[in-house]
Design a protein around this ligand. Structure first.
Ligand SMILES: CC(=O)N[C@H](C=O)[C@@H](O)[C@H](O)[C@H](O)CO
Ligand SMILES: CC(=O)C(=O)O
Length: 311
């Protein structure tokens, strides 16, 4: 079960990379570079490209390959790059996996098959077929609330028999699952916390780091929360998590999708990566005032927890 990959790069704060669009809704190379530069400047550990937050479900394969290419062009060798290659068919997932491997990504990851409910043996074949297609290590993506599929510990143990499986990004809500997955995989495996609302709890229960959809709106806050955990400052970590959660709850209360809200926050802070792709809803006129409030919540949390000034 022990993997021989160097796991030291799979930890810390790894934002889930957002889809970057032109004004007409096409994937934007230039804006993808803008977002890459932003993350480089924030000194995050890495990026998780083409997942839920990357709106992969609304992109065709060529668009997904383009996003993987643009990010690698800008960030290869500068931070950890994880490619999400989950797609409705095994065939398309393999095409994406091969593409990511040719670009030098550090790891692959995929959700389980969606739409049809498949038995574990078919899920296992799906993941293992992707894994077999390239030499890269693989991170399982467990996200029952969107896929309808729940990864169980005994099945996870089976999957770990493939030494290229290095761990799991766990987005189920119980932090108990994080503890179980970490215990099952042992020290020579990785667990990433999924739900940003309980990043601190996930870390305490054994997650090595987090991959999150809201990190991009507030990377400094998550980096600081991770620092607090590393320093054993649990009271500070909990208080910061609570401030973070006020921001996440506000982002999730917009008429527009959470991603549209995050992109508006980023735009107002000088990082314009466009809107969201339909059917995700864009922000509405009423959302404008709510976004003012979100910006002020961000500023309050930043001035409370981060010493250096953030624009
Ligand atoms: C269901 C879902 O998309 N979960 C993401 C990944 O785990 C999270 O990062 C959320 O975006 C975040 O926790 C906000 O709810
Ligand atoms: C949040 C996350 O991991 C994703 O967007 O895939």
């Amino acid at each position: 079960m022990a993997t021989s990959f160097d796991l030291s790069k799979f930890k810390g704060i790894i934002p889930a990379f957002y889809a970057c669009y032109e004004e007409d809704g096409q994937i934007s190379q230039e804006r993808t570079y803008t977002l890459c530069d932003y993350y480089l400047q924030k000194q995050v550990q890495g990026v998780y490209v083409g997942g839920s937050s990357g709106e992969c479900i609304y992109h065709n394969i060529e668009e997904r390959k383009d996003v993987l290419t643009f990010v690698a062009n800008r960030l290869k060798g500068k931070m950890t790059l994880i490619a999400h290659v989950g797609a409705p068919s095994t065939r398309d997932s393999i095409l994406l996996a091969e593409h990511a491997a040719s670009l030098g990504y550090d790891a692959l990851s995929a959700i389980p098959p969606i739409y049809f409910t498949l038995p574990d043996h078919a899920v296992s074949s799906y993941w293992n077929d992707i894994i077999d297609a390239t030499p890269l290590p693989f991170l399982i993506y467990n996200i029952p609330q969107t896929t309808g599929y729940t990864l169980r510990t005994p099945f996870y143990k089976e999957l770990l028999k493939n030494e290229k499986v290095i761990g799991v990004k766990n987005s189920s809500m119980p932090t108990f699952d994080i503890e179980r997955f970490k215990r099952t995989g042992g020290q020579n495996s990785i667990v990433f916390n999924g739900p940003d609302e309980q990043f601190v709890a996930g870390r305490i229960m054994g997650a090595d780091g987090g991959i999150g959809g809201t990190y991009g709106a507030m990377p400094e806050l998550f980096l600081m929360a991770d620092q607090y955990i590393l320093q054993g400052k649990f009271t500070e970590a909990r208080e910061l998590q609570s401030d973070i959660n006020e921001i996440i709850v506000a982002l999730c209360s917009l008429d527009g999708s959470m991603y549209a809200g995050i992109k508006e926050v980023l735009r107002r802070r000088g990082v314009n990566i466009g809107g969201v792709r339909l059917p995700l809803a864009g922000i509405t006129e009423q959302d404008t005032a709510r976004i003012d409030e979100i910006i002020s919540l961000l500023q309050q949390a930043e001035s409370r927890f981060i010493s250096e000034r953030i624009s």
